[in-house]
Design a protein around this ligand. Structure first.
Ligand SMILES: [Zn+2]
Length: 342
């Protein structure tokens, strides 16, 4: 049996992501630069998930990069490799300071309680005794680890970024009196998973960023861990918006996201992992993205504040209801899955 959950409130995002409206142009230019770098990498010949040969005909272009759906597993692949040079450039430059700065805000505890505590709650609602030891891979600044500790779970985290790990440990030290995050090198990352004594390996927003996701799959299979708890970005309405509105920062498909999951490629990944899903939580930011795209175009058209206010009152206030329809139709920008070894 699979426990299915849908939707969550977007109010936190409406409040805290105001910068997405204000910083559109700089974010857009940054992602165009990242896409330009990505376009200079060698061609991706094989599907990122199932390793089948990708078809030659591209399905669409977005912000100067071509994408193709794998004919075998349905996974959406950017047509270039995310090489080590590319990954180094976008995540690890200045020990990740460039990447990390988006996340190092003063809102640490709010972010933990509003965004990460519900993720822990979902995990605990699915694992049988509601109690577990968690190894969080790609833990970043440790939001998920702190949320887990605050719910009295044993949790530790590993990440390749010095900046994030140090920042996170400082934060967690001040709230919980421990420093559970550890910086590891890319290879050490997979070793830690293999030898973990934790019963849950979590990878929240991580698998899509790995150059070699199969190394994580193998490490998890070899480990004693029973559950994998992950979230990944999906092909959804957000990508359609990004394809249509070219002057808006493409949050879903650019930069570090060079490929996206579909329902079919998720099933394939489960086969490769030797797991079956026991909990699936779908919620997207697609209508939030649509609102953002339309809003930015309206502003560029110099419409009045009055028009923007009418648009906000009539549309933005119903974003959660609108999104719920996509979530339930399994066409939303994100999925969280708790999967158990067979
Ligand atoms: Zn494939």
């Amino acid at each position: 049996m699979i426990i299915r959950k849908y939707t969550k409130s977007s109010s936190f995002y409406l409040g805290t992501k105001a910068g997405f409206f204000e910083r559109n142009e700089s974010n857009l230019n940054e992602s165009l630069k990242e896409n330009e770098l990505y376009s200079k990498q060698p061609k991706r010949e094989m599907c990122k998930i199932c390793s089948s040969r990708l078809p030659g005909d591209e399905d669409f272009q977005s912000h100067n990069v071509s994408y193709v759906f794998c004919t075998d597993c349905g996974h959406l692949n950017g047509v270039f490799e995310d090489t080590i040079e590319f990954v180094d450039k976008i995540y690890m430059e200045d020990s990740g300071a460039e990447y990390a700065k988006n996340y190092l805000d003063e809102d640490f505890l709010n972010r933990v309680s509003d965004i990460y505590a519900p993720k822990v709650d979902f995990l605990l609602s699915v694992v049988p005794d509601g109690n577990c030891e968690i190894l969080d891979v790609g833990c970043g600044a440790g939001y998920f680890v702190l949320a887990s500790l605050m719910e009295n779970q044993q949790a530790s985290g590993i990440d390749v970024s010095d900046v994030m790990v140090n920042f996170g440990n400082q934060q967690i030290l001040s709230h919980q009196g421990c420093a559970p995050l550890q910086k590891v090198k890319e290879d050490g990352f997979f070793e830690e998973v293999t030898k973990t004594g934790a019963d849950v390996v979590s990878a929240i927003g991580v698998i899509e960023h790995l150059r070699q996701p199969h190394k994580l799959f193998e490490a998890f299979k070899e480990s004693k861990a029973k559950y994998l708890y992950y979230s990944v970005p999906m092909f959804s309405l957000s990508v359609v918006c990004e394809n249509v509105f070219k002057n808006v920062f493409p949050r879903q498909l650019s930069g570090g996201h060079t490929h996206l999951f579909t329902e079919k490629s998720i099933s394939r990944m489960h086969e490769l992992l030797g797991v079956r899903p026991v909990g699936e939580w779908r919620f997207g930011t697609d209508f939030m993205d649509l609102y953002r795209h339309l809003n930015i175009y309206l502003r560029a058209n110099n419409v009045s504040q009055k028009m923007l206010d009418y648009f906000h009152a009539g549309f933005a206030t119903k974003i959660d209801d609108l999104q719920a329809a996509l979530d339930k139709n399994h066409f939303c920008s994100e999925i969280h899955v708790v999967a158990v070894k067979d």
